[in-house]
Ligand binder design. Structure first.
Ligand code: AMP
Length: 623
C-alpha cells in the first residue's frame, strides 16, 4: 500500500490529510490521484459512495490548481445540495495549507445573491448542483471558460434525478481542452451516453467490483404480506435496539406516513423528503448526524449527500423502482471500514425483484424470518439488564433518598425486586408482544424459485392461514349445524354493509359457532352493525357477534379459536373458551405506548434510548 506522499501529493496537502486522520489512501484514491496528477486524459471511475472518492478527485486537482489565478479552474457537479456542501467542506479541509485558495458551493433552495457575492470574490473551485450551476451560467455570474477540470460526481444519480439537460448545458460551455472526471456507482445507458459524447478516450478505473455493493454490507430480506410490512419493520427495529439507520420509502407520502407511525409508536425517528423546507431538512439531518435520532425515514433523493459513516442498517421499506438505486441505498451503510446490513422487506410478489439486484451487487440476499415476540422480548430484556449493569450510580445525588427507599422496599427480596422493576420497564413491550403472531408470509415455501402466484399475491386471503396484526377476530354464534359455510358467512357479513370492500380474513366454521377476521379499522362498525339490528337471524337463530382474542401462531388457541375477550352486551355463547379478559392487541398496545410517553421522559431529549430502540421522549420537530 502506498502513502499519500508516494502518490505525488505535495507536503501542504499531506499535512492537512494527516490532521484529518487520513493515514493511507483508499483503493480509488490510490488509482485516481497519480493518474490525474500525471495525465490530462479523461477518467471514468466506478466508485461507490463511502469509498473515498471525494478525495480521489479533489486532491489531484488541488495539487495542480493555480493559486495565483482567481478564475474558476474546476467545476464539480453533484446531484444534491447536501452532497455539494459536503464536497466543498471536504475540499476546504484538504486545502487548509494552500494560501490563496478558495472554494464555493452553489446550490438551489438558498439565496442566489450570497452565492454570487462569493463567486465575485474569485474562487478556483466551484461545487454545484446542476440546476443552480446552469442558472448562474445563464445570469453570467459563473464563467466556466477557464475550466481545466470538470468532475461529474454520482453521474448516475444526477441522471436519475432528471438533470440530463442541465448536464448537457454545463458540458457545452466548458472548454474542449478540459479534463473530465466522471464518478459513478453504476453505469446505465445514460451515463455511457455522457461518457461517449463528452469524454475523450477516457481511461477507466474500477475501485472494487464494478456495480457491486461494498463487501462490508450483507443483504437480507423478509417476506411479509403488504399489510404486515409496517409491523415487520417495527419488529426489525425492536430486535436491533441499537439500530442507527435509514428506512427508504418510494414516495414522499409513504415516507411521511411511515415516519409518523414510528413517531407515534414511540421510536426515535423522523422523516426526510422533498416536501419539507430546506430549513426543516437541515434540522432533521443535524439531529440524525448527532445521533439524537436513531431512524431516518427518507426518499432516495432526500437522503443523497447525507454523509454519515456509521449506519448499522439500511432498510428498504419498499424496493426502489430503479434497481440501480438499491446500490446507492445499501451503499449508505458499510462505509469507511465498518460493516452494515441492508434489508429489503418484500411482499411475496416482489420477491422476483431480488434476482436482478443480486446480479448487480454480485451478492446473494439471505432470507431472514421476522422475529417473533419472544425473541424480541428476550433481546430487549437483556439489553435493559446490560444497561442496568453499566449504569453509573451517582451516590451524592441519590444518597439522601436511599434510607427512605430502603425502608419502603424492606419487605421485598432480591428476586421480587428484580421482577417488579423489569415489569415496570417492560410492560409496554410485554403487552404489545403478548399476542403477537408470526408475520412471515407462510403462504408458500421459502424458495424463491417457485414463481407461481399464490393467494396472497392476489390479495385474496380467505381461508389462508394468516396471522395478521391488522385483522380483528370475531366470534359468531352460528356454525355448521346451522348450515353455515364460508360463502354464506361472507354473504351475511356483506349484508350488514359495514363498509365497501372491507377485507375479510381467515374464516373458521365449527359445529355450533364460528370465527372470522375483518379489517381491524372496522372493529367498532362491525360490532355495531351486528347489534344495530338485534333481530338478525340465520336459519331461524338469533345472531350474536363478539370480538375475540386472536389465535396465536404455532400453538395456543387452536381449534376452539381462542377465548372471548370483549363482550358486546354480555350475551353468552355456546362453546368457545372464555379464558381471557383482555382487549384486542391493537388497542392495548396503543394505550401502553401512550401511557409510556405520558409518564416518562416528558420533554427531555436523550441521546440514543438504549431500551427498545424507541425514544419515548422523541417529538416531531419540523421547526
Ligand atoms: P467519500 O466516499 O468521499 O464520501 O468518503 C467516505 C468517508 O471516508 C468520508 O467520511 C471520508 O472523510 C472518509 N475517507 C476518505 N478517504 C479516507 C482515507 N484515505 N482515510 C480515512 N478516511 C477517509
Amino acid at each position: 500500500m502506498s502513502t499519500f506522499e508516494e502518490l505525488g501529493l505535495k507536503p501542504e496537502i499531506v499535512k492537512a490529510l494527516r490532521v484529518l486522520g487520513y493515514e493511507n489512501p483508499t483503493e480509488i484514491q490510490e488509482k485516481a490521484i497519480p493518474q490525474v496528477i500525471e495525465s490530462d486524459q479523461d477518467l471514468k471511475a466506478f466508485a461507490q459512495t463511502g469509498t473515498g472518492k471525494t478525495a480521489a478527485f479533489s486532491l489531484p486537482i488541488l495539487q495542480k490548481i493555480d493559486l495565483n489565478s482567481k478564475e474558476v479552474q474546476a467545476i464539480i457537479l453533484s446531484p444534491t445540495r447536501e452532497l455539494a456542501i459536503q464536497i466543498a467542506r471536504n475540499i476546504e479541509e484538504f486545502s487548509t495549507q494552500l494560501k490563496g485558495f478558495r472554494v464555493a458551493a452553489v446550490y438551489g433552495g438558498s439565496d442566489i445573491n450570497g452565492q454570487i457575492r462569493t463567486l465575485n470574490k474569485g474562487v478556483q473551485i466551484v461545487v454545484g448542483t446542476p440546476g443552480r450551476t446552469v442558472d448562474l451560467i445563464k445570469r453570467k455570474k459563473l464563467r466556466l471558460d477557464s475550466v481545466e477540470w470538470l468532475v461529474l460526481d454520482e453521474a448516475d444519480e444526477m441522471l436519475n434525478m432528471g438533470f440530463k439537460d442541465e448536464l448537457d448545458q454545463v458540458l457545452q460551455v466548458t472548454p474542449d481542452t478540459k479534463q473530465t472526471l466522471l464518478f459513478s456507482a453504476t453505469f446505465p445507458k445514460e451515463v455511457d451516453r455522457i461518457a461517449r459524447n463528452y469524454m475523450n478516450n477516457p481511461i477507466q478505473i474500477d475501485a472494487g467490483k464494478r456495480n457491486s455493493g461494498s463487501d462490508q454490507v450483507s443483504h437480507e430480506y423478509y417476506v411479509v404480506t403488504d399489510r404486515n410490512r409496517y409491523p415487520a419493520l417495527k419488529r426489525i427495529a425492536d430486535i436491533n435496539p441499537d439500530i442507527y439507520g435509514i428506512i427508504f420509502c418510494r414516495t414522499r407520502r409513504e415516507t411521511q406516513e411511515v415516519a409518523d407511525k414510528l413517531i407515534q409508536d414511540g421510536y426515535s425517528a423522523d422523516s426526510l423528503h422533498g416536501e419539507l423546507s430546506q430549513a426543516q431538512r437541515d434540522i432533521v439531518m443535524k439531529k440524525f448526524r448527532k445521533k439524537s435520532l436513531q431512524i431516518l425515514v427518507a426518499t432516495d433523493v432526500a437522503a443523497r449527500g447525507l454523509d454519515v459513516d456509521s449506519l448499522t442498517h439500511v432498510i428498504n421499506y419498499k424496493l426502489p423502482d430503479q434497481i440501480e438505486s438499491y446500490t446507492h441505498r445499501s451503499g449508505r451503510t458499510g462505509r469507511a471500514g465498518s460493516t452494515g446490513i441492508s434489508i429489503a422487506i418484500v411482499s411475496p410478489g416482489e420477491r422476483r425483484k431480488l434476482g436482478p439486484i443480486e446480479r448487480i451487487i454480485g451478492k446473494k440476499f439471505v432470507q431472514m424470518q421476522v422475529p417473533d415476540g419472544k425473541e424480541i422480548l428476550k433481546k430487549q430484556l437483556l439489553k435493559l439488564i446490560d444497561k442496568v449493569k453499566d449504569t453509573e450510580v451517582n451516590e451524592s445525588q441519590i444518597g439522601e433518598y436511599l434510607p427512605a427507599i430502603q425502608e419502603r422496599l424492606a419487605d421485598l427480596d432480591r428476586d421480587e425486586l428484580i421482577k417488579k422493576f423489569v415489569s415496570i420497564e417492560f410492560s409496554s413491550f410485554l403487552s404489545y408482544y403478548a399476542n403477537s403472531g408470526d408475520l412471515n408470509d407462510l403462504s408458500r415455501s421459502n424458495s424463491r424459485d417457485r414463481e407461481t402466484r399464490d393467494r396472497s399475491d392476489r390479495g385474496d386471503s380467505r381461508g389462508k392461514r394468516r396471522d395478521d396484526e391488522n385483522m380483528s377476530r370475531f366470534f359468531i354464534n352460528i356454525g355448521r349445524k346451522d348450515k353455515l359455510n364460508p360463502a354464506r358467512l361472507i354473504g351475511l357479513i356483506n349484508e350488514q354493509k359495514i363498509s365497501n370492500n372491507i377485507e375479510i380474513g381467515q374464516i373458521e366454521i365449527l359445529d355450533t359457532f364460528s370465527f372470522f377476521e375483518l379489517d381491524k379499522n372496522f372493529e367498532k362498525e362491525t360490532l355495531s352493525a351486528f347489534t344495530r339490528d338485534s333481530n338478525i337471524e340465520f336459519e331461524g337463530r338469533g345472531v350474536n357477534v363478539e370480538i375475540t382474542e386472536k389465535k396465536r401462531a404455532g400453538g395456543g388457541n387452536r381449534g376452539g379459536g381462542g377465548g372471548r375477550s370483549r363482550s358486546n352486551g354480555g350475551r353468552d355463547h355456546r362453546g368457545g373458551g372464555s379464558s381471557s379478559s383482555s382487549s384486542a392487541g391493537g388497542d392495548r398496545k396503543k394505550k401502553s405506548f401512550d401511557r409510556d410517553r405520558g409518564n416518562k421522559d416528558s420533554g427531555s431529549s436523550r441521546e440514543f434510548k438504549s431500551g427498545f430502540g424507541r425514544d419515548r421522549s422523541s417529538r416531531r420537530s419540523k421547526d
